[in-house]
Design a protein around this ligand. Structure first.
Ligand code: ADP
Ligand code: MG
Length: 581
């Protein structure tokens, strides 16, 4: 609108407040009614006014620079609180940008609801070329756990409750809720609108397992000579740390956490078999999967596993059972009910664990820890730094601040940080998870800070940071206690890629070894550090955690620090062999 334009006169059909309200008013109220307190998103047509109304009604609105990151925040919020995180997007491109995160949430069993405005139906359905026309519901449906469209304002409270239940019931996931522009703008009498709101009963019902399934599992566990618990992020989500501790204390079964389950039970506890993954895969006779899937991260139950291992699987989703390997004792139910039932049954059983099994795992753990400590010490004074030298600084600072939530993504930065930093509290590690994606960093850090109020440290590879870097500004605008540590080795995997065309362009993997990411932080008013030694890094990290101010620490690594991960080396041509270590 130019400065000479007059504001448009109110449309003839504008609601006459306070006696009349709109669909978007009802949407904000319906979300509040089911306990939604925070919303992440990026506004524009047709949801801007809705975001104002939501804010007015006490829902915190965290505005992002990119919808994908707002979605990562909503997903992390859902994972950490057990209630759906909410993402708000505009139609067409904003919807699509956000959908990436909703799909990722579905794969990871994070409860979230993406609410997107959409254009009016009729011209979309006839392909008439309307503003931002896209059949969003049809596109979302195959990628999410459930997808609904609400066309009439009267249906909004029902739609919100259905979306909520779909996100958290059974196996949690991402839900898409499409709200058309006419529905958002529909006028209702306030008394009618208020009468439509209701308190849903038991939004997250318990789903206890069958007693037969519990008995079958207990018999198998009790007879095991070399058992192990394999704890997944389903257990972290289900908040069963107390029940699992009791089970481990009473049975003496060693445990191995998946990446995001680190800290459900302490990584450095006496029965932690964190360093014994391959031994467990090869030698355990009974493995109890506790909210963990036998997916690619566990060789889908094949390959590295012994042929004779028998599985107990505790999971809420019956369709997960037998999906890769036969499961000898499936226990389908929510983990809280399942573990309560197992603990109640426990006095009726005597365990048969071979003490040599536990002793061997503990011995192996000591050896591996010593080797690991040596590796860190060997790299402590390397300048320019590599990932291990950076971690000699990061590890002790994070381990002495156990209540800090660690967000972690990258290639070497992910693998090495996960291996180096022990976690001692549940739900304090958020990472690339099941899809092993890049581009979850800033969003997840923001979601974690908003959902918990805790201090967050995001340890990021330089490439990983690039996917979400602009939303560092969101951390600054909301003055969140988030420190972003960028391990800059100048590229994807490392910064020494070679351009085989020799035409002066960078190699496909090469980024900027000399980039000063700290200057980016400066632009948005963060505290910033540029560090070149482990000591400087340790000092900066300690100071930033203590300050609880937005901070960006640019860590200068050597360009040759890090190697390509997961490459199909045997297929690579000779010309690549010298750059793939
Ligand atoms: P990880 O990657 O840590 O192995 P996954 O995401 O692969 O974890 O697996 C988590 C599993 O936990 C899923 O199969 C999911 O169905 C299950 N799950 C999620 N919430 C619950 C719950 N409340 N009770 C039982 N199982 C759950
Ligand atoms: Mg890198």
């Amino acid at each position: 609108m130019s400065t000479t334009d007059k504001p448009a006169a109110p449309a003839a059909n504008a609601p006459s407040y306070p006696d009349q309200v709109t669909g978007m008013w009802l949407l904000a109220r319906a979300l509040g009614k089911v306990g939604i307190t925070d919303m992440y998103g990026l506004v524009g047509i047709p949801v801007t006014d809705f975001s104002y109304l939501a804010q007015e009604q006490g829902i915190r609105f965290v505005g992002f620079r990119h919808e994908q990151q707002a979605g990562m925040a909503a997903a992390t919020h859902g994972y950490l609180t057990g209630k759906p995180g909410v993402l708000l997007t505009v139609s067409s491109l904003g919807f699509l940008n956000g959908l990436t995160a909703t799909a990722n949430a579905t794969v990871n069993c994070y409860p979230m609801i993406q609410i997107s405005g959409s254009s009016e139906r009729e011209p979309i359905d006839l392909g008439q070329g309307n503003y931002e026309a896209l059949d969003q519901l049809a596109i979302a449906r195959p990628l999410v756990k459930a997808a609904y469209r609400v066309n009439r304002a009267e249906d909004i409270p029902t739609a919100v409750v259905r979306a909520y239940r779909a996100a958290v019931s059974g196996r949690p996931g991402g839900v898409y809720l499409d709200v058309t522009t006419p529905c958002l703008g529909q006028i209702l009498d306030r008394t009618v609108a208020e009468s439509l709101l209701y308190d849903p009963v038991d939004l997250q019902p318990a789903m206890p397992p069958s007693p037969e399934a519990v008995t079958r599992a207990m018999q198998l566990i009790a007879g095991a000579r070399r058992p192990a618990l394999l704890i997944g992020k389903g257990a972290a989500f289900a908040r069963v740390e107390a029940e699992l501790k009791e089970l481990v204390d009473k049975t003496g079964i060693p445990y191995l956490p998946m990446s995001m389950a680190k800290g459900v039970l302490p990584d450095d506890g006496p029965l932690s078999a964190l360093a014994c993954r391959s031994t467990i895969m090869q030698q355990a006779d009974v493995v109890v999967l506790v909210g963990a899937r036998l997916n690619w991260l566990l060789s889908r139950g094949h390959g590295k596993w012994s042929d004779t291992v028998r599985f107990v699987q505790l999971d809420i989703d019956p369709v997960e059972i037998d999906c890769n390997r036969p499961i000898a004792a499936p226990v389908v139910g929510d983990l809280k009910s399942t573990l309560d039932a197992m603990l109640a049954a426990l006095p009726g059983y005597t365990m048969s664990i071979d003490p040599a099994w536990t002793a061997a795992l503990q011995q192996q753990t000591r050896q591996k820890n010593a080797k690991f400590a040596q590796r860190l010490a060997d790299n402590a004074s390397a300048v320019p730094m590599n990932h291990w030298s950076a971690l000699t600084a990061i590890k002790p600072v994070l381990e002495s601040n156990p209540d800090v939530i660690l967000v972690n993504e990258g290639a070497n930065t992910l693998d090495d940080t996960r291996d180096a930093v022990n976690m001692s509290l549940p739900r304090h590690r958020i990472d690339c998870a099941t899809w092993a994606i890049m581009g979850m960093g800033m969003g997840s850090a923001i979601g974690a800070a908003i959902a918990t109020g805790k201090t967050v440290v995001a340890v990021e590879g330089d490439s990983a940071f690039g996917f979400s870097g602009m939303d560092f500004s969101t951390i600054c605008r909301f003055r969140l206690p988030v420190t972003v540590v960028i391990l800059n080795n100048g590229g994807i995997y490392n910064g020494i890629g070679v351009n085989l065309a020799k035409n002066g362009d960078p190699a496909p993997t090469t980024l900027d070894i000399n980039a000063r990411y700290d200057k980016l932080g400066e632009a948005f008013g963060a505290d910033t550090y540029y560090v070149t030694t482990p000591q400087q890094l340790a000092d900066a990290l300690k100071a930033s955690i203590a300050s609880r101010r937005p901070t960006l620490i640019d860590v200068q690594l050597a360009a040759d620090a890090g190697k390509e991960s997961g490459h199909i080396g045997y297929l690579n041509p000779e010309s690549l062999q010298h750059i793939i270590v």
